[in-house]
Each structure stands twice: as structure tokens, then as C-alpha cells.
Design a protein around this ligand. Structure first.
Ligand SMILES: Nc1ncnc2c1ncn2[C@@H]1O[C@H](COP(=O)(O)OP(=O)(O)O)[C@@H](O)[C@H]1O
Ligand SMILES: [Mg+2]
Length: 440
């Protein structure tokens, strides 16, 4: 017997439901597949967009990087100092020139308060902080500052506020330049003019004084012959003669100083010039009965080819040595040294004259080269002025270091191939370039 299952209504319903379930399943699968494909496409698109955005970002970063480098290069290649601070007055930018002008050491300057780095020497508020406080810019303000290392400088600055894109102040920047050298030169020029006038006047007055002074000295000497040795008036007349001699010495020095320097140039050996000088120094010591002065020579080698006026240099070294001896009334060491030295574009000789004497007071050290400055009872104050004039005529430089009660050293730097000047009084002072080194 054959059983016709297909015609069984239960079975038919089952088949139909299964088929529609498959159909629905297929539909969902298809839709899922479509969505999956769409998603995949979207992901690809997003990937592309992201790669593009990344490339653009990279470009921007590179642009920003080269802009920063460019600005940094710009900052470090300008000769003016640049310092920027935030609203708290803390340093956020500082260029190479600022570090050099303020003689700072670079370590840990970022984030430091500006007033820890340098202050106005008169104690007023720093220009950057003033700009922040008053919310305004300042242009070409000149003032004296003192750095945290104790260095004093004349600077000229402009300070401006730094704003963000919304015009909010976020800090201030100061651009400044060092005026110290210019101010120093101006000061020297003023004093050079003054000195030239005083010198010329003094020289003409000296001529007027000399004749009567010689008369006083001569007649006093005649008068002296009229008194016998026990006469108390003899001492008084001797005082007159001593005074007249001293005055004559001052006048002679003044005239020599005021006279134009005639240079007689020769190829010379510095050791010979110094030896001759020391011969006169030894004679002076013997004559004055100075005790306990040890003279030491420290000559290096290779210093033969100096073109100079040996007599003038000898005169300069003698003045320096005599000052050294006078600074050691109870004895000490006089050390005369010479060595060749090479610097940036400088080939020359450095002569040192060192003593272990009383030293120079801190407040006097800037005046010692001024004509007529003396701390000695019978000093003329023209010795160092003359030394300066001679060194200057050789296009040299003189510097001094001193410590009270320890001693003093003068260094004379002479270029081997200097340019020389058959000069006049005033040009000497205008060109003079002595340098007072930091107090020891
Ligand atoms: N070696 C030294 N030690 C101490 N003081 C010095 C020395 N050399 C120079 N001075 C100071 O410089 C001043 C000026 O020196 P100078 O021009 O030679 O004049 P003078 O010797 O006539 O006083 C001296 O009076 C002295 O105070
Ligand atoms: Mg002297």
C-alpha cells in the first residue's frame, strides 16, 4: 500500500513554514551582508579620510616645526636681546644675545622670575612687569640694570604685550640692546675734551710759573750761604728750596705730559728694555735706602720682534716700577714678567709689573689714570697718565688688578705690529683704551 505523505495537510503546513522561515532567514542574511558591505565601505572611506587628515596633520606639524626653527634662528641671529615672560613674570623665551648681554649662564633660566635675572639698578619695577601691570607698550626706554651676577649695564629697551588670538594678554616681550660701551665712550670723550683743555691751560700756566720759581730756588740757595750751620733759619730756607724743587718737578712732568709724544720707532727686544728699566729701579732703591725689596724677573721667550719706541716704553715701565716700590714702604716683592701672547687677531707681548704692596682702594681704582690723581703727599698724579699715553701711542692696552694690603699688578699689552701715531695731546685721550679689570 502506498502512503501519499504529500497530501498530508500537517506535513504540508510544516513544509510551508519551514520554507518561509528560510526565506526570511535568507532575506536577513542578505540584508546583513549588505550592511556589512556598507560598513566595510564606510570603514574604508573613514580610513582614507583619516590617512588624509593624518597627512595634513603631519604637514602642519612639519610646517609648525620649521616655523619654530625659523623663529628660533631669527631670535638667535639678531643682536638685540629678547626676553619674553608669561603673566606671572616667569621667563618663557630668552635668546642668545640676551644671555650674552646680561652675561648669564644658560642653566635653569626658563621659568625663573625676570627680576631674579636682572633688576633696574635704581630699584624701580622691571620694564616687562611694568608693561604687564599697566597693560601698555613702552618704546626706547634707557636705563641702568644690574644682573644677578652683579654686572652693571646701560640698556635701551622696548617692551610690548603678547596677545593670543582672542586679544587676551598672555605675557610681555622685551627687546633690548647694550649701550654700555657707547655710554662709556661718550663719558671718556667728554673727559678727554676736558682733560685736553686743562692740560693745555696747565702747560701755559706752568711756563709762567717756571721763571719765578727758578728765581726763588736760586735766591734761596744764595741765602743759604749766608747762614751758618746752627742758624735755625737755615732749616726754613732749606724747606723753601725743597718746596721749589718739588714744584719744579711737577711742572716738568706736566710739560712732558702736555707735549705731543714724538715716537722714535725701532725693532727692539723687550727683555733689554725691562733690564734697563730695572737698572734705574735698583739705583733708585739704593739712593732712597729702601730695604727688603726683592726684584724678580720672569721673561718668556720669542719676544724679539717688537717695533716700538724703547725709550718711551722704558719711561712707562719705570713709572710703573717706581709706583710699585712706593707701594711697598716696608719691603716686598717686585715681579717683572714678559710673555708673548696670541689672541683673536692679536699677536703681541704682555708685560706684567706686580707688587706685594698696599694695593689700591676699590673707590680709587677708576681714577688712577686720571691726570693729577694722587694719594701721595708729594705725588704729581701724572705718572700713570703718562704711562697710558705711551701705551696708547703704541696702540697697546693697560689693565690693572689690585687688592688692598695684598698688592697690585699692571699688565701692558703691546701689539707686535701696532700702528703708531705721532700724536697730539688730545688724540691720546680720545683714543685711550685702558681697562680696569674686575677687582680681585
Ligand atoms: N703699584 C701701586 N700700588 C698702589 N697704588 C698705586 C700703584 N700704582 C699707582 N697707584 C695709585 O695711583 C695713583 C696715581 O699714580 P701716578 O699717576 O703714578 O701718580 P703719583 O705716583 O704721582 O701719585 C697713586 O697716587 C696711587 O694711589
Ligand atoms: Mg707715580
Amino acid at each position: 500500500m502506498i502512503e501519499n505523505t504529500s497530501l498530508n495537510p500537517v506535513s504540508m503546513k510544516w513544509d510551508y513554514e519551514l520554507a518561509s522561515a528560510f526565506h526570511v532567514f535568507n532575506q536577513y542574511t542578505q540584508r546583513l551582508e549588505e550592511s556589512y558591505n556598507q560598513l566595510q565601505n564606510r570603514v574604508k572611506e573613514i580610513d582614507k579620510e583619516m590617512a588624509l587628515a593624518n597627512a595634513r596633520l603631519k604637514e602642519k606639524v612639519q610646517e609648525l616645526d620649521s616655523l619654530t626653527k625659523y623663529l628660533n634662528n631669527l631670535l638667535s641671529s639678531i643682536h638685540s636681546g629678547v626676553i619674553a615672560v608669561n603673566l606671572q613674570g616667569e621667563i618663557s623665551t630668552l635668546n642668545k644675545a640676551a644671555v650674552a648681554i646680561l652675561k648669564l649662564t644658560l642653566s635653569d633660566l626658563m621659568g625663573k622670575k625676570v627680576e631674579e635675572i636682572f633688576k633696574n639698578s635704581d630699584g624701580t619695577i622691571s620694564l616687562l612687569l611694568l608693561a604687564l601691570k599697566k597693560k601698555k607698550d613702552y618704546i626706547d626706554v634707557e636705563r641702568k640694570i644690574v644682573t644677578n651676577q652683579g654686572v652693571e649695564k646701560w640698556i635701551e629697551s622696548s617692551a610690548s604685550l603678547i596677545k593670543d588670538a582672542n586679544e587676551n594678554t598672555i605675557g610681555a616681550v622685551e627687546v633690548f640692546r647694550d649701550l654700555s660701551e657707547i655710554r662709556e665712550l661718550e663719558k671718556r670723550l667728554r673727559s678727554a675734551d676736558k682733560l685736553a683743555t686743562i692740560g693745555a691751560m696747565a702747560a701755559s700756566i706752568a711756563h709762567e710759573i717756571r721763571n719765578p720759581l727758578n728765581g726763588i730756588e736760586g735766591f734761596s740757595a744764595l741765602l743759604l750761604r749766608d747762614f751758618d750751620d746752627l742758624d735755625p733759619r737755615k732749616k726754613l730756607v732749606n724747606n723753601i728750596i725743597h718746596g721749589a724743587k718739588n714744584l719744579n718737578k711737577t711742572i716738568t712732568e706736566l710739560l712732558v705730559f702736555a707735549r705731543p709724544l714724538r715716537m722714535n720707532l725701532k725693532k727692539s727686544r723687550i727683555s733689554e728694555i725691562l733690564d734697563k728699566t730695572l737698572f734705574f729701579v735698583t739705583e733708585d732703591i739704593k739712593q732712597k735706602g729702601v730695604q727688603n725689596v726683592n726684584i724678580r724677573k720672569e721673561y718668556g721667550c720669542g719676544m724679539d720682534g717688537l717695533t716700538c719706541d724703547p725709550d718711551r716704553l722704558q719711561q712707562a715701565f719705570l713709572n710703573l716700577c717706581l709706583n710699585a716700590i712706593q707701594a711697598m714702604p716696608s719691603g716686598g716683592d717686585l715681579i717683572v714678567s714678559a710673555r708673548s701672547c696670541m689672541g683673536k687677531g692679536f699677536e703681541g707681548i704682555q708685560v706684567g709689573i706686580r707688587d706685594t704692596g698696599i694695593g689700591i682702594k676699590k673707590e680709587d681704582i677708576h681714577k688712577i689714570f686720571d691726570p693729577f690723581f694722587t694719594t701721595k703727599q708729594e705725588g704729581t698724579g701724572l705718572g700713570l697718565a703718562m704711562v697710558n699715553k705711551i701705551v696708547d701711542a703704541h696702540r697697546g692696552k693697560i689693565s690693572v688688578e689690585s687688592q688692598e694690603n695684598k698688592g697690585t699688578v699692571f699688565y701692558v699689552h703691546l701689539p707686535i705690529h701696532g700702528h703708531y701715531e705721532i700724536d697730539t695731546f688730545s688724540s691720546t685721550w680720545k683714543n685711550s683704551e685702558y681697562l680696569i679689570s674686575q677687582y680681585l
